[in-house]
Design a protein around this ligand. Sequence first.
Ligand SMILES: *Cc1c(COP(=O)(O)O)cnc(C)c1O
Ligand code: SF4
Length: 359
Amino acid sequence: MEKWKKILAASVSDVAEIATRFGLPPGSLQQVNEIFPCRIPRRWLQKITAPGDPLFRQCVPDPAEAAGGRDLLDDPLGEVRFKKSELIVQKYPDRCLFLVSGECAMYCRFCTRKRKFRQPFIIKRSDIDAGLEYIQTHTGLRDVLISGGDPFLLDDDQIEYILRGVRQASHVKIIRIGTRTPGVLPERITVKLVNMLKKYQPLYLNIHFNHPDELDEITCRALKRLADAGIVLGSQTVLLKGVNDSPEVMKKLMWKLLENRVRPYYIFQCDLIYGAEHFRTPLAQGVKIMESLRGWCSGMANPHFVIDLPGGGGKVPVTPEYLLDRTGDCLTYRNYCGETYHYCDVPDDPAELPPQHPR
Ligand SMILES: *Cc1c(COP(=O)(O)O)cnc(C)c1O
Ligand code: SF4
């Protein structure tokens, strides 16, 4: 058995063990565990410094999950409506999701696709083939996002089967893979895996990271291995109460990602997931975090802050407002440190240009 599989098999799923470890009332996690299973790699568990810390909150079941929540949804992104084939979700004209895995190395308590993981499942080869068929016959697709679950929980040859199949569609120009393994199961990023991935360029890896403590030595080594192989790395972060909802933590995370050649791509407002109300933050907090990044940190450390709209509207950016006033063609802005500057726009109608204006 490969080493990463042994490490995965040794991860903790027994909530009684977790309750004992952190001195929680025995039996307190049982009910929640039945709604959404628990799986925590031992290495991650060892990094938790105290109950309730950012690493703890992401993976230890919380009785609050059973409380549901007002207006919260089982399928917050309306993915069922956009399902085109068993494993394909397409909302946008030129790209689609291909959900090839029903398992993750760690179950995030705020997972958007929680509804699917009540029981981790094995994906059928016939469903993969149907997905590949969809991709091959829809020539408008330029970009395929392989996600799940976590695609890197599949075996190398299963991943390669999928990549090879997607590459057979000549209209698909880029492939993206979404994974959390570099942070939660870095042992998965083997030389063998990376050498295989390299054959399917242009390949972009979007890695889920929420807190700077996730980037420890072994994770950084996995990132280096991927970057050295020429795979373009990006990050996706979920804004979570008690995990990363402060400018300080988020700045540290974005900067640490960049240092490890991971370009911050998205910060997501937490979706309206049933049983994850306790993770939600007001939109204004995300805006404040974005203001703390823009101008203060390298532009490379500035991802897009987006809401994935409930019901399937797709992603919309949420940005701080820098425009203070607009009078005719004259715009007044504040800059990142609050100073005021003016900008003159091109007039809508060129006839309005003053006569002395050079044409
Ligand atoms: C997020 C998402 C994408 C990718 O969107 P980008 O903005 O291109 O990163 C594509 N399809 C679906 C259904 C998505 O949810
Ligand atoms: S890694 Fe992604 S898909 Fe897996 S449980 Fe976490 S959020 Fe959900």
